[in-house]
Write a protein that binds this ligand. Structure first.
Ligand SMILES: [Zn+2]
Length: 435
C-alpha cells in the first residue's frame, strides 16, 4: 500500500526484520551443519585429521568387502586394526569369548587396548566402535567410520601428554549379530568393572553432522561436559525420541550395566545403510572430521578431569539443545517448570497491559524468550533441524517420499514457530523504540 501511514508500515518493517533474522539463522545452521572442513594429513599430531583417518580406514578395510562376524574377511579386518594399534606403540589384546544376548549367541573377538592415564587407580573412559559389518555391506560408514575415528583419536592421544584417567578403546565384534561384542566385554572384560563412562561411535548413513543423539545416566555434571564440543549437534529431545525407537547400538548394553554414556552418529544418506554402497567413496570426510572432533574433545574433557567419572551422574537431569551448532544451551530439568510458570505469568500480564493500551514491550519480549526456553520442543523445532533429521531416521521405515513430506512439513512448522516467537519480540521492540 503506497499510502500506508507510518503506524501501519511499522509492523510490516518488524516482520521483515523477523524474516531476515530467520533466513540468516537458517543459513548459519545449514552452513554449520555441513560439518567442519576436513583437516589435511599434515595437521598437528595432537589434532584429529580426517585425511589421516580416511587413509587408515582404507588400510583397515583392504579390499572393502562385507565382513560379518565369523567370516575370514572379518578376521583380516581385526588383524589390521591390531597392526594399526601396534604401529602406534600400543599393545592391543584380543578377547575371544562366547556371548549370549536376547536368545542369540556366538563367538566374538574383541580388540581391547588401554592408553594409560596419569592415575591408574581412577575409573576409565571406554571408547567403543564395532568392526564387523552386515553380510550385505562393506561397512565403510557403519561402522568403519567409528573404527577409523577411534584409531585416529588413539593416535592423537598417544602424541599428547597423558590424561588423568585411562582411556580404554574397544573395537568390538558381532554388533550386527545382536550387540554380542559389547555384551562379551561388559560381562567378561576386566576393564568393564572399572569403566566410569563410555562414548560410542556409530553411523546410520554416510554423511551429515555427527549427532550426539543419545545419552545414558547423565546428571547435570555429565550434560555440562557436552559444552566441550566445538560444533555441537545435539538435543535432549533426540534421546527422548530414540528411547521410543526399536533401534539399538552397543551403548544399550553399557546403559543396562548402569554406565553413563554418550552416543554419536551421522544419519544422512540412510539409503546406503546396510547396502553394498556403504563404501569408502560414499563416506563424507566432513562427517568423519566431525566424528573425530567430537570424540577427541569429549575424551579430553572427560578423561582430563581429576574427579571420578562416576560423578557424571551427579546433579539433576537436564534439558539441552544446540543453538545453530555453535553452543549448547542446557538447564536443569526442574528449571523448566519455573520457566513455564514465569513465561505464562508474563504473557498474561503483557496481554492485560496491551488491552489497556499500556506499552508492554518488555513483558512481551521477556515472555517470548522465556516461552522459547519453557517449550524445549518448540525451541528444538525452531532452532535445531537436528530434530527433523532424527525424526526422519525414525520415519525411515515408512515410504521415503512420505517421510520427506513429513520432514518438509515439520521444517515449515519450525520456521513458523521461530517467526512467531521472533515477531513477538520484534513487535515489542518496535513499540519500545519506534512507537
Ligand atoms: Zn553400526
Amino acid at each position: 500500500m503506497s499510502n500506508a501511514s507510518p503506524a501501519e508500515s511499522r509492523p510490516v518493517r518488524a516482520r521483515l526484520v523477523t524474516a531476515v533474522v530467520v533466513v540468516v539463522a537458517s543459513l548459519v545452521t545449514v552452513w554449520r551443519w555441513d560439518g567442519p572442513p576436513p583437516r589435511a594429513a599434515e595437521a598437528p599430531l595432537g589434532e584429529f585429521s580426517s585425511a589421516r583417518a580416511y587413509a587408515t580406514l582404507a588400510r583397515v578395510l583392504g579390499e572393502s568387502r562385507p565382513h560379518p562376524r565369523g567370516s575370514v574377511a572379518n578376521r583380516e579386518v581385526r588383524r589390521r586394526i591390531e597392526l594399526e594399534l601396534q604401529t602406534l606403540g600400543l599393545e592391543p589384546r584380543v578377547d575371544r569369548t562366547s556371548a549370549w544376548r536376547g536368545g542369540r549367541g556366538a563367538e566374538v573377538e574383541n580388540v581391547v587396548v588401554t592408553i594409560r592415564g596419569r592415575y591408574p587407580t581412577n575409573d576409565a573412559l571406554v571408547l567403543v566402535a564395532h568392526y564387523d559389518s552386515v553380510p550385505t555391506a562393506p561397512g565403510a560408514s557403519d561402522d568403519g567410520a567409528g573404527v577409523a575415528t577411534l584409531l585416529e583419536v588413539a593416535r592423537a592421544l598417544v602424541a599428547s601428554p597423558p590424561l588423568e584417567h585411562d582411556v580404554v578403546v574397544l573395537f568390538d565384534d558381532g554388533e550386527e549379530a545382536g550387540l554380542l561384542g559389547a555384551q562379551a566385554f561388559v560381562v567378561n572384560a576386566e576393564e568393564s568393572s572399572r569403566a566410569g563412562a563410555v562414548v560410542n561411535v556409530e553411523a546410520r548413513g554416510t554423511h551429515g553432522p555427527s549427532l550426539l543423539f543419545e545419552t545414558k545416566h547423565l546428571g547435570w555434571t555429565g550434560v555440562r561436559a557436552i559444552g566441550a564440543l566445538e560444533r555441537p549437534a545435539t538435543s535432549s529431545l533426540f534421546s527422548a525420541v530414540y528411547e521410543r525407537m526399536p533401534n539399538d547400538t552397543d551403548l544399550t548394553v553399557f546403559g543396562e550395566a548402569g554406565i553413563p554414556g554418550y552416543n554419536f552418529a551421522f544419519i544422512r544418506g540412510a539409503s546406503h545403510y546396510h547396502r553394498p554402497s556403504d563404501d569408502l567413496e560414499h563416506l563424507s570426510r566432513a562427517s568423519l572430521q566431525h566424528h573425530g572432533d567430537n570424540v577427541l574433545a569429549l575424551t579430553r574433557e572427560l578423561a582430563g578431569r581429576p574427579e571420578p567419572l562416576a560423578a557424571l551422574r551427579a546433579g539433576p537431569r537436564a534439558v539441552w539443545f544446540d543453538l545453530f551448532a555453535c553452543v549448547t544451551i542446557a538447564w536443569p530439568e526442574p528449571a523448566s517448570f519455573l520457566f513455564a510458570f514465569a513465561s505464562t505469568a508474563l504473557l498474561a500480564a503483557a496481554r492485560r497491559r496491551r488491552a489497556r493500551g499500556v506499552d508492554g514491550w518488555l513483558v512481551a519480549a521477556g515472555a517470548g524468550w522465556l516461552l522459547a526456553l519453557a517449550l524445549p520442543s518448540a525451541a528444538h523445532l525452531a532452532l535445531a533441524p537436528a530434530f527433523v533429521a532424527s525424526l526422519g531416521a525414525a520415519l525411515s521405515t515408512v515410504p521415503h517420499r512420505l517421510a520427506a513430506g513429513v520432514g518438509a512439513g515439520l521444517r515449515l512448522l519450525a520456521c513458523g514457530l521461530a517467526a512467531a516467537l521472533l515477531s513477538e519480540v520484534g513487535l515489542g521492540l518496535r513499540d519500545a523504540f519506534l512507537g
